[in-house]
Design a protein around this ligand. Structure first.
Ligand code: LLP
Length: 414
């Protein structure tokens, strides 16, 4: 599952005492376990070994170069959604032919950069975008590969902000329109439509929505074949849920058991784009208790990390376990809140939490995915440092920002 646990009442990441890291590098601090990270990737790889899919780790979940590099070294490709992520992918050493590129809003510059680098394919989200990629490829005198992102109109049964496969969502192209595009494929002289893509949402804990979506596209692929339209790739996206609280998500094995037969029947090369499944439980956010504040109605544990460091509780009411770095006896009901000037700035609400005191440290669990990558400088706070642990070694993989970093791109013109 993961490599964060107590030994003699002290909290460890692999063989490193996390409190030592907090003291050495300061807080708020992201701490990742290399073993957990790579194990999760390998679990998925081995569950699907029969079909040897290309696993394109979703960079948006955590885009630190060291995380990307660790996964690339194990054979992973990358799923990107911007020119910035393309830049990161290259800097981390990802072969261009292992990069797939989604996003409803790719700019001309981003498209041109990705074509020039020779990525595997674009996941195209609209007819307008398809035409634009064709136009840009023509101007560069290139033929570029694209997959059509299908909106399969399925209910992913997850938070509405991270559900992407309903027809009312902005993502992908409905089946009827996709069919029309495929019939007209010869008109796009600088494109090779080589596959289909789906991604129905994130933090999906049961296989049924995946199965439903894959069944829909499989049927569509058969129909296309009957029409003499054959494809090479099926990209099934990401979305696998993890345990934050008491979820009971499908394991890689169960997921594979459910969808492998369907995937094999398509005869296509399979790509998947997991993010959270790989990195979610491989990271924690360590914060320090600044003050305990008792009000007539509530107790607040005020810590030095907030919604600028980890926005998931504020944005999705997401639940993250919070454990003390040193076990203490007794518990208290409290809100764990950050220093940001918003009432939405909380890490936990009405939570039974260890009886910590000022100066103690807390670990906010399962913060590896969409933690640092969604962090900001709001309230002019410095973004946290990130540390990777492997065995008994720890290395800073991103320095804490400095006050100078805050104003680096600003001028005092007016
Ligand atoms: N592929 C595409 C096209 C995506 O849009 C995403 C995530 C993924 C793959 C990876 O999904 P995953 O395996 O990580 O579920 N910030 C939210 C999650 C947003 C997901 C956006 N797209 C959160 O903190 O829960």
């Amino acid at each position: 599952m993961h490599d964060f646990k107590y030994k003699n009442n002290k909290f460890y990441c692999e063989d490193v005492k996390v409190e030592d890291l907090a003291k050495k590098f300061g807080t708020p601090l992201y701490v990742y376990s290399y073993r957990t990270l790579t194990d999760h990737y390998l679990k998925l790889k081995s569950a699907f070994s029969e079909i040897n899919p290309l696993i394109c780790y979703s960079v948006k979940a955590n885009s630190n170069l060291s995380i990307l590099k660790a996964l690339i070294a194990k054979g992973a490709g990358l799923d990107i959604v911007s020119g910035g992520e393309l830049f990161r992918a290259q800097k981390a050493g990802c072969p261009a032919q292992k990069i797939v590129y989604a996003s409803v809003g790719k700019t001309d510059q981003e498209i041109a950069a990705a074509i020039s680098k020779g990525i595997l394919f674009f996941n195209v989200e609209s007819l307008a975008e398809l035409k634009n990629i064709n136009r840009i490829a023509k101007s560069l005198n290139k033929i570029t590969r694209v997959a059509i992102r299908i909106n399969p109109d399925v209910e992913a049964k997850t938070h509405k902000y991270i559900s992407t496969g309903k027809i009312t969502n902005k993502f992908g192209i409905d089946l009827v329109s996709a069919y029309k595009i495929l019939l007209l494929r010869k008109n796009f002289k600088n494109l090779k439509i080589c596959g289909l893509h789906i991604h129905i949402g994130s933090q999906i804990t049961k296989s049924e929505p995946f199965v439903e979506a894959i069944k829909k596209v499989s049927y569509f692929i058969r129909r296309l074949k009957d029409q003499g339209i054959s494809l090479e790739y099926l990209n099934i996206g990401g979305g696998l849920g993890i345990i934050y609280d008491h979820e009971d998500p499908q394991t890689a094995q169960i997921y594979a058991g459910q969808i492998l037969p369907l995937l094999k029947r398509t005869g296509l090369k399979i790509i998947m784009e997991p993010g959270r499944f790989i990195v979610g439980n491989a990271g924690i956010l360590v914060v320090k208790v600044l003050y305990i504040k008792n009000t007539p109605k509530k107790k607040f544990i005020i810590v030095d990390g907030g919604m600028n460091d980890l926005i998931r509780p504020a944005l999705y009411s997401a639940y993250h376990n919070i454990w003390p770095l040193t076990k203490v006896s007794g518990a208290q009901k409290a809100d764990v809140v950050g220093p940001i000037c918003e009432s939405g700035d909380f890490l936990a609400k009405e939570r039974l939490i260890a009886k910590v005191k000022e100066g103690d440290y807390l670990a906010v669990m399962s913060a590896g995915a969409y933690g640092f990558s969604m962090s900001s400088n709001y309230n002019s706070r410095l973004r946290a440092a990130e540390v990777m642990v492997s065995g008994n070694k720890a290395a800073v993989i991103r320095k804490r920002e400095t006050l100078q970093d805050l104003i680096r791109n600003e001028s005092r013109t007016f």
